[in-house]
Ligand binder design. Sequence first.
Ligand code: SAM
Length: 481
Amino acid sequence: MKLYFEAEKFLRQDGKPGSGSLQSRIFSERGLKSSPKHVFALVHSTSKFKDHINHIIKKSKVKQELATKKVRVSDELLALLVHDLLFSPRGRIESGKHPIKDAFLSNKTRLQAEFIKLKLKYKIKTVDQLPTKDSSANETPVRWFRINTIKIDPERFFKKHPFFTKLQPVNSFQELTAPGLVYSDDYIPHLYGIHPREKLSATDAYKLGEVIIQDRASCFPAHILNQDPHDVHKYVIDACSAPGNKTTHAASYLPHTADDGDGVVYAIERDAKRVAILRTMTEKATGRNKKKKIQVSHRDFTTIKPEDYPDVTGLIVDPSCSGSGIFGRAADNDAPGGGDGGEEEEAKDPQIDQERLKKLASFQFIIMKHALSFPSARKVVYSTCSIHAEENERVVVDLLSDPQVEKQGWTLASKDEVIPTWPRRGIESEFIKLSRDAKVCRNLADGCVRANPREDGGIGFFAACFVKRDHVQDGKSDDQE
Ligand code: SAM
């Protein structure tokens, strides 16, 4: 019992203001008889599962039972004992005799019964699958996946993969409170949300590349580019491609024309290592033997000559950014194969300094301006996984204020061209530099969409859609008229 008596006071202080880090308190404590390593591991893990442990203590009424036997135990000591009995890998209390231990263990059956109920409630087999404060802060609230329509027809998909038909449909992503449920997204075709603990990566559909794990907001750019059936883009550039989520999504929208082929997404990526990831991902998504729907180039997009791509009408520009909309392992959604890697190459840093933001914004402006100079381009979607206006609306405002961009005929698309039913739009006040008229600012902000991290079911995101008014009138392109 010595270990528990020594750990008790550290658990009591844990998280209290001014108490310092748990590790430093334990390792700097003089006179500890137990190994500081063991004390730390015990307190840390008990603290992690605290809510579940307290739930079991309450439901099993173990505290009241001990009181009737006149055994006085602090809440912390009791939590440590419950931890080791139920939540530790060895599943037992430290060896040695003690009356508290004996009294506690006389409640073993009722404690274990409550533990089983807890596991059933969360539909889990092992303790590490339990949601904890740590994990819920880092985890995406929803695991989003889209059916890869390049490889499989959605109807055949559900016939081929019964795992997905067994899931119970719900009406909103907020209802995805446990595995076994599925939400069909209202905004992006063939996109679904499931509980993050659902074992999606173990399915054949995932292994075959017939589903692609991709955050919902990250699906916005390719959808915005292609949402108008009258404005078809056969040749598309993805200017900043790796790991390739938006590339493969954009490829799924390419038109199928029997006469002169299916069209191409030119996937450009500057970073050598990330090009390798991009190639793997695009091959998995399109299959080796298919006609090349995606052509990968290891290039710096700003060095590409626009006149070399005379047929390109649509571009997606998703440049490096602060990544401030990305949290915890949510970035994994956008990594190749849903594994480690992350969507962006920048550090996730919500505390990013102004100097760095300025540098990023000026790079984002340059890369966008280059995209807007492609001779046949009529739609360019700009996006970031940042929540900072500096990288989002302000880059858009700077572009719209640029005389060359203005001369080329670029403006922001209207709301009905940019996922009109999505409620969270750009920040209106950021457009005041362009007009004092609130209505004009509102219309400009409506040409942008934003997603708030977690609240909107995934990463924080921004997208703006530029259209060339010379070409697009009343939602129809010139060549359709
Ligand atoms: N669109 C990707 C997706 O959805 O999977 C994520 C793109 S990530 C945010 C930005 C990528 O742009 C990085 O891989 C980075 O190496 C690449 N990049 C940055 N500057 C570039 C440039 N000048 N030319 C081409 N790629 C660039």
